[in-house]
Design a protein. Sequence first.
Length: 419
Amino acid sequence: MSAAAPDRPVGDDEARDLLAPLEGLAAVGVAVSGGPDSTALLLIADRWARATSAPPDLHVLTVDHGLRTAARAEAEAVAALAGRLGRPAEILVWDHAGAPPAADLQAAARAARYSLLADAARRRGLAAVLLAHTRDDVAETFLIRLARGSGLAGLAAMRPERIVDGVRFLRPLLAVPKARLAATVAAAGLVAADDPSNRADRFLRARIRATLPALAALGLTPERLAATAHRLARAAAVVEAATADLRAGAVTDHGGVFAVDAVALAAAPAEVGLRLLSDLARAVRPGDYGPRAAPLEAWLDAFAAGAAPRRTVAGVVLDARRRRAVWLYAEAGRAGFPVLALDRPGRHVWDGRFAVDVAVAPPPGARVVAGRDLAALPRAAAAGLPRLDGWDPPPGAVVLRPLGAAGTSAGDEELVISR
């Protein structure tokens, strides 16, 4: 795609190229906050769909986080715009009972947003959901992760596709600067919503964004920062492939506990070993972000020196005291592992690590607690695995599945709990 003026609206030819991955899909969601980026995405997708012979149905999804007094009105404005375009819309509400988490509010809101969007996509039968991340977002994320000391995988550009809870999220605008999206909205005669939290100094992203003009004066423009992130993504893909090979041959998955062949880990290139440990740690303790690179690097250096260390990183124990294997498992923490009461059929989540699917009505007192008796595992590792208490259900009535990174299923392995 040829370069365009920085303030030129996105045209029809560009829209066709940007949205080509949607061809052949039956229905697609468009996540719209009401801000300029996502409003432009909706306009671009709508225009593209009208010019395409067999476009997917577009469903507009907007989230009311309930964090600002204007949030509801902004969500209703998005729904009204969708109605004028003839597109169905749904307002999704983050129910935090008026008390959103005080710690890392943006991360909590992001997790809630993805969960709500994924639920809506499954309910509506959508093949994918479009997100409006831009080239500027790639540059900002690169700087944020650089400030946090991220490794290669963290510094690599965000991917054009992400799977969350089995739902495809697509980012078609990663090569487009924000200024061109603002111009697209202005050309349509619309005024996008302005979220003041995007400029609030208490958020790291806002502080990073405020530095961009000064960095650009030094030659560190969003375009160049994003280009660097994309180059790092190519390098990360090579490491990822090597990591997949190492994992296939050296890792045993015990359903939420992992054993890594110590000889194979010691022989692997350091970057590959680091990526493997990071991936496994995220599988043990799911979340949007893996553990910081520095403590993993320190542990891997000690392991390479033959120190056989045991260390906890981001709630995950790395234990090389059994010489043939390195074990990764969840740490109990000061409060210990939780007790989950099973009060209804459906999906429950235990300790943020295991999905608990209950097919029949549980009896009073049924619960999930920690502690399994598995001779193949270190005692501390088995102590962090769930078991059913107070219920002897019929076969297959209760199934536990380890959750993978960011709350997605970790794979095909299941633990069927009968008692």
